[in-house]
Design a protein around this ligand. Structure first.
Ligand code: NAP
Length: 289
């Protein structure tokens, strides 16, 4: 099941996915083991969807302290856990799992945390409560982004998605602070927005660019693209050309890994330029946490 030995005495964790071979998480953890001097192990666990719950619930017996969960198992991991954090329940998915000594499984979701920490690190003067946010997309990542923005104090979310029904379902889930905007009206919705976030897969290598005029956006708006392959998406290029503050998506991936490292290995690791280089320098499957 695992591609690495975990049977030594080092404290162990890993990442569960299908496929999982090209997850960037092992690069992040290897960098942090070296940075902190902690002798831990971090392995990949390839688990097919068939029989996932049984295989997942057997992981504590392997002596692991916890695992990260990536696609397509984020919902199934939440359902298979014994307990879940408020964030995991609100987002409806889990990405960070802790195993208690008695084998009980606790599910958390740190994607929203990673998103906000990345904004705070990349734009220290940014504040969620400065005004409404425009979020583009209504998939799994958008759920984490919306939850995090509301928790951070955004007064309102304007939500635009190509498939309107999915945006309506998210608005119903998150309540009256989330207002659905028609996909064709997304440029107008940048007017007065303090925060503009691309949470679609548009702009990712191999996909078309996100078409979004920023002409109406306030000069103070922050633009974040959570797509990080490429690092500089057409949206970020256009935002920079307009003089807007921009934050790329790589830091979200790096910051979402911190709570797991802290829980399993007892140290809060730093997100540094050296970590960014380490993750960017090793080619992997693009877009997969
Ligand atoms: P997902 O659940 O598959 O959702 C994809 C979203 O993109 C949906 O809103 C979808 O709209 C929209 N979309 C796809 N193709 C489109 C098109 N041609 N025109 C308009 N909209 C389109 O994916 P996800 O997990 O939310 O991930 C979304 C992106 O975020 C991916 O690029 C992923 O790599 C990135 N991401 C980054 C991080 C990070 O740490 N930085 C974390 C998670 C995800 P419909 O509903 O209409 O299909």
């Amino acid at each position: 099941m695992s591609d690495e030995q975990t049977s030594d005495n080092r404290p162990g964790a890993g990442v569960v996915g299908w496929p999982v071979a090209h997850s960037k998480s092992p690069l992040i953890f290897a960098h942090w083991f070296a940075q902190t001097g902690i002798a831990g192990s971090y392995s990949r666990f390839a688990m097919p969807p068939e029989g996932f719950a049984e295989a997942f619930r057997a992981l504590p017996k392997a002596g692991l302290r916890g695992v990260n969960v990536t696609l397509p198992h984020k919902l199934a991991a939440l359902e298979a856990a014994d307990e879940a954090s408020a964030a995991a329940r609100a987002i409806g998915a889990a990405n960070t799992i802790c195993f208690a000594a008695d084998g009980r499984i606790f599910a958390d979701n740190t994607d929203g945390y990673g998103f906000i920490e990345n904004l705070r690190a990349g734009a220290p003067t940014w504040s969620a409560n400065a005004g409404p946010a425009l979020v583009l997309g209504a998939g799994g990542a958008a759920r984490a982004v919306i939850h995090a923005l509301l928790e951070a104090g955004a007064p309102a979310i304007r939500l635009a998605n190509r498939t309107g029904d999915k945006a309506e379902a998210l608005a119903e889930h998150f309540g009256p602070c989330v207002e659905v905007v028609d996909w064709t009206a997304r440029a107008t919705a940048t007017g007065g927005a303090a925060t503009i976030v691309n949470a679609t897969s548009l702009g990712m290598t191999g996909n078309p660019a996100l078409e979004l005029s920023l002409d109406d956006a306030p000069a103070t708006a922050l633009v974040c693209d959570i797509v990080y392959t490429p690092l500089e998406t057409p949206l970020l290029t256009a935002a920079r050309a307009r003089g807007l503050t921009t934050v790329d998506g790589l830091g979200m991936l790096l910051h979402q890994a911190r709570p797991g490292f802290q829980a399993w290995f007892g140290a809060d690791p730093a997100v540094t330029p050296a970590l960014r280089r380490a993750v960017l320098g090793k080619p992997g499957l693009e877009g997969q946490p």
